[in-house]
Design a protein around this ligand. Structure first.
Ligand code: AMP
Length: 332
């Protein structure tokens, strides 16, 4: 069987893991990036495309294959094209539209009894420090922090002038939660019927994370463009509540977006000084922060006494499902 993914994001990890689990591997890659991916011996097949429609055709041309989606899939080829993928997808494809809609997304978190930041419908309602976000996974580009409604309005004006947005309604205005970011990575196994924590990371964002290098009088406005990831472990006393969040999330998605979360997901959080975990975003697919743990994380070793990346864990789940004739429970 062939495991296939789109180049970029966590594709190296996914295919490296798939190979370790004994699968044939394939990458769907643009002509521009092909030569980079040719360097890696664990990639067996190349499906090279020159435009995004061709990418979908190439995926659909494979047989006896499973396509593994990652966090950049929709950003690269667009929701409409993704919906045209006929190859079985590892995970729940019905979650994609929920992930691309910020209101629906936060609703799933709230229904799971997960603490979330306060949301403001209009700049006029703002009564505290907020972060203003652009829709879609743009890697934090264009986000800004505002101390009050006046600054929100000024910031929106700048975004409109720079044509970074067309519609003010698309913006997300969220309470800025003071604390430290922690991204809790999980994996729900329908075959083993359990949630595993696969790791924790912190996003390394320019320039908000670089500002501490400067004396305070030289500091500029923070921006939130993700450039990499840093590993983290949490105080063990935080783990019971984040596991509860994760298990609630799996139950809620099962009820609201059947068949529910399958495989990797991530609760993107800020931990406050009262040790509250406030989740401002989730990802229903593999996040790039899992790339830290190609040889397993301090958490994956608690379940698997062998190196287990999330990429490999996906391959393992497919293998377990194949053995039990339950492939339809892990793909959609
Ligand atoms: P996102 O695109 O929602 O993942 O946000 C990008 C970055 O903005 C995060 O990695 C955090 O550093 C920061 N951030 C987002 N939302 C909040 C929030 N409500 N409070 C504090 N920081 C946030």
């Amino acid at each position: 069987m062939l495991l296939l993914t789109l180049a970029s994001h966590s594709s190296l990890q996914i295919l490296h893991g798939a190979k370790r689990e004994g699968f044939e591997t394939g990458i769907v890659v643009s002509t521009k990036r092909e030569s980079f991916y040719r360097r890696f011996s664990f990639i067996d097949n190349f499906y090279v495309y020159s435009d995004e429609d061709q990418a979908v055709d190439k995926i659909n041309s494979t047989s006896n294959s499973i396509f593994v989606p990652h966090g950049s899939l929709i950003e690269y080829i667009g929701m409409e094209r993704v919906s045209r993928i006929r190859t079985p997808i590892f995970g729940n494809r019905n979650l994609f539209p929920w992930e691309s809609n910020q209101t629906k997304k936060m609703k799933l978190l709230e229904l799971s009894n997960i603490k979330t930041p306060m949301k403001f419908e209009s700049p006029e309602d703002v009564d505290r420090m907020v972060i203003v976000k652009l829709p879609g996974a743009k890697g934090g580009r264009g986000y800004f922090i505002a101390r009050n409604k006046q600054e929100v309005k000024e910031g929106i004006k700048r975004l409109l002038e720079k044509r970074l947005i067309n519609n003010v309604e698309d913006l997300i205005i969220q309470e800025y939660v003071v604390g430290i970011p922690m991204y809790f990575q999980f994996f729900y196994s329908p075959v083993l019927q359990r949630v595993e924590m696969t790791g924790i990371d912190i996003r390394y964002e320019t320039n908000v994370d670089g500002l501490r290098r400067l004396p305070s009088d030289l500091r500029v406005e923070p921006t939130f463009v993700v450039a990499g990831n840093i590993p983290a472990v949490a105080r063990e006393s935080l783990l019971p509540s984040v596991y509860e969040y994760a298990e609630n999330f799996v139950r809620t998605t099962r009820d609201i977006v059947p068949p529910g979360a399958i495989g990797p997901f991530c609760l993107e959080s800020v931990v406050t000084d009262t040790l509250d975990v406030v989740v401002f975003e989730f990802s229903g697919r593999i996040v790039a922060g899992t790339n830290l743990y190609v040889d397993g994380s301090p958490y994956s070793w608690l379940y698997w006494d062998e190196p287990m990346s999330v990429g490999r864990r996906i391959g393992r789940e497919i293998n377990l499902a194949l053995q039990k004739n339950r492939l339809n429970e892990v793909t959609t």
